[in-house]
Design a protein around this ligand. Sequence first.
Ligand code: AMP
Ligand code: AMP
Length: 359
Amino acid sequence: MVKKEEILDILNKYDKDITIATLGSHTALHILKGAKLEGFSTLCITVKGRDIPYKRFGVADKFLYVDNFKDIAKEEVQEKLREMNSIIIPHGSFIAYCGLDNIENNFLVPMFGNRKILRWEAERNLEGKLLKEANLRIPKRFKPEEIDRTVIVKFPGARGGRGYFIANSKEDYYKKINLLKEKGLIDDKDAENAHIEEYVVGTNFCLHFFYSPLKDEVELLGIDRRYESNIDGLVRIPAKDQLDIDISASYVITGNIPVVIRESLLPEVFNMGDKLVEAAKKIVPPGIIGPFCLQTLCTENLELIVFEMSARIDGGTNSFMNGSPYSFLYSGEPLSMGQRIAREIKLALKLNRLEEIIS
Ligand code: AMP
Ligand code: AMP
């Protein structure tokens, strides 16, 4: 694991002109825009062709080109980042391309947040442990033989909903697994590691929180729901025709839609955010720092069931780049998650407490 002292050493060598840097993908637009609004210089790490949005929207002061996104883990790239006094904001794509092993052991660039916690959201068994420790409601899990209701089946690494399927019985499960194997889409090992959980019938609320260690406070900054293909298209076909065409549903994230939740559910929403922060402090100290997300389904009994979490900025924060109804309530101005991160860094610099929010 990268040592905190090494990172603090690097930070001490930085002059006061910090650059906020991230990989040009995922949530980079509002991370960079937010940093600019708070007066930071911004850097977008990119490859030829993927720089377009960051150029056209003018959110990056500087670009660092790599041949391949995976090259961000290379020593020479780290060197350049340090030369520019960079603080990296890790997001879903940054983690995917840099790789958890590199982030934990080789990536010697100061990073906003607790880099140790990233594995806890990436690996399903660790994620489950954290959610249980927080005493949050999660979908019931099944072994194939135990399936007695509608379940959703997920495969390791198949993030973003690709390859998920629904099964209604043990027989249905094996039929679909065998079909996937025949098509070469999964192998025996994938099948063994399939994660089977209760299909929760409910409405989707992805709750975007920010925990400020400086203020010791959990803020609710926005809520989105997912827009997924092909399921969100499939449901526009009348049921009779759905049966005729025999397409199976998939849950690939293609976009996000801002949403607000019934106001009487907000006490529970805050309670859930607080509980996760407390649990993370206990089992992955210093815990969650900055943005995190609980992906929930709300049942007709108004129970919020958590089927996934992000212990870093989640893609759904793109639904409030110009602020959300909730982030507006705090400051009376349109505040994005990206700007909230930059504000925390700015405050930490002012209070000389940067070491509390960096790893
Ligand atoms: P990308 O940078 O678009 O390749 O995304 C990397 C991963 O981040 C995807 O596999 C998704 O799981 C997740 N992701 C990207 N965009 C979003 C989004 N708008 N909402 C939720 N998750 C997202
Ligand atoms: P995930 O990759 O876990 O974020 O899931 C992708 C999508 O699959 C979600 O946005 C939901 O639409 C759906 N999904 C995942 N888990 C469940 C569940 N337990 N019950 C119902 N739908 C789910």
